[in-house]
Design a protein around this ligand. Structure first.
Ligand code: PPE
Length: 316
């Protein structure tokens, strides 16, 4: 990965290489962490974080789901992130805030273990590649089902939950596909390993609802808004697995991946086997929104204050 200069750890800016944890950190053993993936773009307004507060709010919602009290406020996390980007002298980057049960005691009762919070940011290209975004990717319906609300908390973005995504990702990769599409425990279409999914047929844009065990994606919400503003009908409804075979267009959305057309599912072309017209039109407006080129969506951007960047790390 592409290292940057500093990482924010529990209120201090430390050099990248010093941001270490003990091997008996609780989260390393039990997955007791909650995190976010956020992006900062080089926009018309200068470097700006996309839907920053929505991500911070979701971090706190995930933490609540696992009984974690963060020792910082949402405002503190948000302003620490902006300062971190500025100190690292980055104009565009991926941002990873994480809150986790730290070092102190072992065992499955976690409430006695302190919660640590760190924020890192670095330059990270698109998750499914630039060519994936341009030409579309090849998807495989996973034999793994998405974690169900009977066992975990699908709306939370928690570290341990990603073992489910990892199983699906490896299976898809080993079978020669770019990404897995997971069904929920009832067999309805759910999402990718790190992206939400949209399915278009006869002009209707559908996406699975909260009740299909999705992570309620912020990119998903942005695309729903943009599509509605473009006059499309977006329906949040259960999508049967076999609807994928009938779809005219399918695309995935996520912060790391952004918006990615799916050109093939299980070796069957989606529509004409290339990104469709509605997908391409949405992608164009979405790109404009990310880069501050569309006034309707500039409220989604949290500008990084200009200032002397590259401040020294705090003493350990
Ligand atoms: N579902 C899952 C399971 C998921 O992890 C993400 C984000 C989404 C949907 C889309 O949510 P949003 O980013 O708010 O639109 N996945 C993050 C982590 C990916 C990773 O590889 O790490 C991300 O995209 O940053």
């Amino acid at each position: 990965m592409q290292a940057s200069d500093q990482i924010w750890m529990n209120g201090k800016f430390v050099p990248w290489e010093d941001a270490q944890v003990h091997v008996l950190t609780h989260a390393l053993h039990y997955g007791t962490s909650v995190f976010e993936g956020v992006r900062c773009y080089d926009t018309e307004l200068g470097p700006a974080v996309f839907r920053h507060r929505d991500h911070v709010d979701r971090l706190f919602a995930s933490a609540r789901a696992y009984f974690m009290d963060l020792p910082f406020t949402a405002d503190e996390i948000q302003s620490a992130t902006l300062e971190l980007i500025s100190r690292n002298g980055l104009r565009s980057c991926y941002i990873r805030p994480i809150a986790y049960r730290g070092y102190g005691s072992m065992g499955l009762f976690p409430l006695t273990v302190d919660v640590d919070v760190t924020i890192a940011c670095w330059e990270w290209g698109l998750y499914l590649g630039e060519d994936g975004k341009r030409d579309g990717i090849r998807g495989k319906i996973s034999s793994w089902r998405r974690i169900s609300p009977n066992a975990l908390i699908p709306y939370a973005k928690a570290g341990g939950q990603y073992l489910n995504s990892i199983l699906a990702k490896v299976e898809a990769h080993n079978a020669g596909y770019d990404e897995a599409i997971l069904l929920d425990h009832l067999g309805n279409v759910c999402e990718g390993t790190g992206e939400n999914i949209f399915v278009i047929r006869d002009g209707e844009i559908a996406t699975p609802p909260m009740t299909s065990s999705i992570l309620e994606g912020i990119t998903r919400a942005s695309i729903i808004k943009i599509a509605a503003d473009m006059g499309h009908t977006v329906v949040e409804r259960e999508i049967a697995a076999d609807e994928l075979a009938l779809a005219d267009e399918v695309f995935l959305t996520g912060t790391a991946a952004e918006m990615v057309p799916v050109r093939e599912i299980d070796d069957r072309p989606v529509g004409e086997g290339k990104p469709g017209e509605i997908t391409k039109a949405l992608l164009e407006v979405y790109e404009d929104a990310l880069h501050g080129r569309d006034e309707r969506y500039t409220d989604w951007l949290d500008p990084v204050p200009e200032g002397p960047s590259g401040g020294k790390a705090d003493a350990a």
